[in-house]
Write a protein that binds this ligand. Structure first.
Ligand code: NAD
Length: 517
């Protein structure tokens, strides 16, 4: 496979790096990376041991004060060079992401582009890490805020965006003066190694020390949990399921560490009686089947007004019938496989639950066999007619299953359905009616971190803050002022006068011995 060679990947590799150096890997236990596309085992990665962990952390501790001392625009320059290197490797890296996760090649390339975009964004942001100045209530005093680097940031990422989520976190953290330790998902470790090799060249070229961008591939219970309880790590940025996020929040919380939590979604799209279906139908299909339904922002619930419900159902059944499922590296195919056999089991269980709870499968529901590959991870994109109160509809099933739900009456009824689940990541409305759109965006509208109008739930630009409310965890990453979470905020009061007035007018007078007589 040419793309593996182009990325300098070997058959067996170390899973631990301090940025520029890979740790010796003899005697370590291995993860076998196999592709859901064709079932091939294509790489072996030696897992980090507890001793490797300590080595990486020691290097990160040494690197932090050095990296922090570099002016932020100089750190931005390193990030700029990383963006340039990623451009050089976009095709092989995008292909690897597609092969390792099963997402279509277009989406693999899009993921690399997302990291390139965040690098560009960070070059500018590195010159804008500003605090604010306000007025003091005391004479001859100045009151302002400033931001300082935080320290070592742990980045734990999910399998479905094996590179982009690291980029959102690591590039922002880097310009903020932090060093990062990355634990990627064991389901997509090779993409992480490829990125690490790409950035290593930039670090070496600039003569930077070890410990600025580290990588630890290992089990969640050994290496992953170490990051949670380690007091040397002031911030853990975690992307994953709600169940895992609860554990992370508790473990980091016990030591009063900070977290950024980016957890699961159960995203709805509302199609009102005023929707333009020419826009809505393709947005629904891309939102529901893109990345085989394995995006945190995947459209899972479609809330359709009764007046156009049958029309939408007919259009969707027709569109689903035209989808091509197969090798995601081939451009003709719309959808590739799920990540692994376990994901297929989850899909099968969900289909059974839909039927048991009273739903109807309108399209799909089956596991695809007899494809040209030995992979057993391909399933049919599935469309189910359900009612919103079914327990299965209330949870995130990480698979291409779209729930079709009818609503009647006004927009407030659709909003109530949108908001009735525990998760609060992405939401969307398709309508040409101003009143409906503004109500959806108002304080009594969608309760999600992302609210879109006449575009789908899936896919976000890097310029905005990304994240969600409720069980989605409340974290924000990427653009806007998300960088502030990666820094230590300090409020400063400077007295440049010749008296010492206290705040709130409090009087506190000390008379020294000599003054009393
Ligand atoms: P997961 O929770 O199984 O694992 C995510 C990562 O966390 C992996 O690296 C895993 O090894 C690690 N991990 C899990 N438990 C841990 C623990 N106790 N201590 C330390 N590390 C631990 O999730 P997944 O199956 O890889 O990804 C799918 C989930 O991620 C979905 O729920 C999806 O919605 C969510 N996700 C959310 C976002 C977002 O931005 N909100 C983005 C991508 C994925």
């Amino acid at each position: 496979m040419n793309f593996l060679d182009a990325l300098y990947l070997e058959k067996t590799m170390s899973g631990t790096s301090t940025g520029t150096k890979w740790l010796a890997h003899k005697g370590r236990r291995k993860i076998i990376a196999s592709s859901p596309v064709d079932g091939e085992a294509f790489a072996g990665i030696h897992k980090a041991t507890p001793a490797d962990y300590e080595h990486v952390m020691a290097q990160a501790e040494v690197a932090f004060p050095l990296w922090r001392a570099l002016p932020a625009p100089k750190r931005g320059e390193i990030v700029r060079q990383i963006g340039l290197r990623l451009r050089d490797f976009k095709l092989p890296l995008g292909t690897l992401i597609s092969y390792e996760t099963g997402k279509p090649l277009q989406e693999g390339l899009g993921e690399v582009q997302e990291v390139i975009d965040i690098c560009d964004y960070c070059v500018g942001q590195a010159r804008m890490l500003y605090g604010m100045t306000t007025v003091s209530e005391r004479p001859d005093h100045r009151l302002f805020e400033q931001y300082h680097p935080l320290g070592i940031v742990a980045i734990i990422t999910a399998f479905n965006f094996p590179v982009a989520v690291w980029g959102w976190n690591a590039m922002i953290a880097a310009i903020c003066g932090d060093v990062t330790v990355w634990k990627p998902s064991s389901k997509a470790p090779v993409s992480a190694i490829a990125v690490q090799k790409i950035i290593a060249r930039v670090l070496e070229h600039n003569g930077l020390p070890e410990g600025i961008f580290s990588l630890l591939i290992g089990d969640r219970n050994t290496i992953g949990e170490k990051l949670l309880i380690d007091r040397r790590i002031p911030l853990v940025s975690f992307t994953g399921s709600v169940d895992s996020g609860r554990i992370v929040a508790q473990k980091v919380g016990v030591r009063l560490g900070k977290t950024i939590l980016e957890l699961g979604g159960n995203n709805a799209m509302i199609i009102t009686e005023h929707a333009d279906l020419r826009l809505a139908i393709p947005a629904v299909v891309f939102g529901a089947v893109g990345t085989a339904g394995q995006r945190c922002t995947t459209t899972r619930r479609l809330l359709v007004h009764g007046s156009c419900y049958d029309d939408v159902k007919k259009h969707l059944c027709r569109a689903y019938g035209s989808l091509k499922i197969g090798n995601p590296l081939l451009e003709a195919n719309h959808m590739g496989p799920l990540i692994d056999k376990d994901a297929v089991k989850v899909f099968r269980k969900a289909v059974k639950a839909i039927i048991n709870q009273g739903g109807t499968i309108l399209f799909g529901g089956n596991i695809l066999k007899n494809l040209e590959y030995s992979s057993v991870c391909y399933v049919e994109p599935t469309l189910a007619e359900v009612e919103s109160h079914y327990p299965i509809v209330r949870k995130e099933t990480f698979a291409p299953i779209l729930y079709l739900i009818r609503y009647e009456g006004g927009i407030e009824n659709a909003i109530a359905l949108n908001n009735q689940v525990d998760q609060g990541l992405a939401s969307a409305i398709f309508s040409t009616n101003h009143n409906q759109i503004e109500t959806f965006l108002s304080a009594r509208g969608s309760d999600c971190g992302i609210a879109n109008v006449n575009i789908g739930t899936s896919g976000a630009e890097i310029g905005g803050a990304f994240g969600g409310e409720k069980d989605t965890g409340g974290g924000r990453e990427s653009g806007s002022d998300s960088w502030k979470a990666y820094m230590r905020r300090q409020t400063v009061t400077v007295n440049y006068g010749s008296s010492l007035p206290l705040a709130q007018g409090i009087k506190f007078v000390i008379q020294e011995e000599g003054e009393r007589s």
